[in-house]
Design a protein around this ligand. Structure first.
Ligand code: UD1
Length: 419
């Protein structure tokens, strides 16, 4: 198993382009199941483990998928989809595989989808997805770890989410594209990736309005057309790099992104003393000599992203003062705090809140990534720590960041991948 070895204390500087968004690419690839005639050409698809997993899933279902990691283009021909089972073997690697449920149900009228695996962040149910499809008339049972769904066919409905669910909103949109009538999702997730999914489907002929707001309306259409679509830049990769500039007192320009996807992140980094300049498709960020403390509450978009909670916590560990970081999206997303303590951080967790008392310096140690973003947060902390650190289980990081080690190296970090 690979690990990263980092020698901390180097300032990062330079310009870097964020790849396409994983969390937009995954649902868009799943959504290609809905296009039964002609080809889907996707651009800006990042070469990540999760992308290869969903590619395998589509191939298993009968689609023809060609992907060139160099040009980051993917061609999908879903005309011969003939399988309705999404197997555990592929599902357990990544929770987002559950996104094939909506498209299969919509296109094939039935689906047999294993309950998902992926990052463990407390209990992560899929009840909103199930309730939504039931409201649309699907008959759903659970057997042997599989969700078995039958549409007769799906019909339009108004669906209320208790909380905005990101993939839940996308799955229901997929189910609604051909469901006769007008479907409404109330308390929908407003994330930019949901907007990307709606833009992709609309470019193929769907009639989706309100994506990016809390009410999404889908008027049914009879079929979708072949389409070419470019996925947006990854705001989470960009946010991680912004934090890397902040924690190393560095100076980075991040291109290929929409700064409005990162407003809350920019704001919090500014509060910590970073200089942030937002361009049209880029952000320039300069870290201060000493970071100040911050108060962060994670919240569905446009709030502070839960996926960057570990990263901002890394910055707080070396800030001059006490920070508070409250996690309101997931119930168990503080796995990284124990590892940060191994680096000398002073963090106390009380149920959903971490109190972080900044220390003058972190010290290198061996730490372990427990999920994609926890791993990213630990990398940032190690970039700032005195001496040498190693990060184990970086396969988690590779699920969400393409060659992060090489990219950080090019910006001046001393980071090596060891087998
Ligand atoms: C997506 C992102 C993930 C991000 C998360 C929150 C992808 C592939 N993953 O995950 O990176 O951290 O959004 O921004 O895009 N919930 C239920 N029942 C459900 C669905 C959700 O109770 O059926 C709860 C969850 O437990 C959680 C909250 O709703 O507390 C939000 O989860 P959700 O937005 O659905 O996360 P994901 O879509 O899985």
């Amino acid at each position: 198993m690979d690990r990263f070895v980092i020698s901390g204390g180097k300032r990062l500087s330079g310009s870097i382009k964020a790849d396409g968004s994983k969390n937009a690419g995954l649902p868009i690839i799943a959504g290609a199941i809905l296009i039964s005639k002609g080809e889907v050409l996707l651009e800006n698809i990042p070469p990540l483990r999760d992308i290869f997993t969903i590619k395998k899933m589509l191939e298993h279902l009968g689609a023809k998928v060609e992907y060139d990691p160099k040009s980051m283009k993917m061609r999908i021909d879903s005309s011969k989809i003939n399988e309705i089972t999404a197997p555990y073997e592929l599902m357990r690697q990544m929770r987002a595989s559950f996104l094939v449920l909506g498209p299969l149900l919509s296109r094939m009228g039935e689906a047999r989808v294993s309950l998902p695996g992926g990052c463990v962040l407390g209990t992560r149910p899929v009840d909103y997805h199930i309730k939504g499809f039931r409201a649309m008339g699907a008959e759903i049972t659970e057997e042997g770890g599989y969700v078995i769904a039958k549409a007769h066919p799906l019909k339009a409905a108004t669906i209320h989410f208790d909380k905005p669910s990101h993939t839940g909103t996308e799955n229901i949109i997929f189910g609604a594209v051909f469901a006769k009538g007008t479907t409404r999702i109330v308390n929908a997730a407003c994330d930019p990736e949901v907007v990307d999914v709606a833009n992709f489907l609309n470019a193929a002929g769907a009639k989706i309005k309100g994506a990016g707001t809390s009410t999404v309306t889908i008027d049914s259409v009879k079929s979708l057309n072949p389409v070419k679509y470019k996925v947006s830049g990854d705001r989470l990769v960009a946010g991680t790099l912004m934090c890397a500039a902040g924690i190393t007192g560095g100076n980075l320009e991040i291109t290929g992104i929409n700064p409005s996807h990162l407003t809350m992140v920019s704001r919090k980094l500014f509060e910590m003393g970073c200089e942030v300049i937002e361009g049209k498709n880029n952000i320039e960020i300069k870290g201060p000599k000493k970071l100040g403390p911050v108060k962060v509450v994670t919240f569905p978009f446009p709030g502070f992203p839960t996926d960057l909670q570990a990263c901002i916590m890394a910055l707080a560990t070396v800030a001059d003062g006490t920070s508070s970081i409250k996690e309101t999206v997931f119930e168990d997303r503080f796995g990284h705090t124990m590892e940060l303590r191994r680096l000398g951080a002073d963090v106390t967790v009380t149920s959903d809140e971490a109190i972080v008392r900044g220390v003058p310096k972190l010290k290198g140690a061996s730490v372990m990534a427990s999920d994609i973003r926890a791993g990213a947060g630990l990398i940032l902390a190690c970039l700032a720590a005195e001496g040498s650190s190693e990060i184990l289980r970086i396969y988690h990081v590779d699920r969400g960041y393409d060659r992060l080690d090489e990219k950080l190296s090019a910006l001046g970090a001393d980071i090596k991948r060891m087998s």
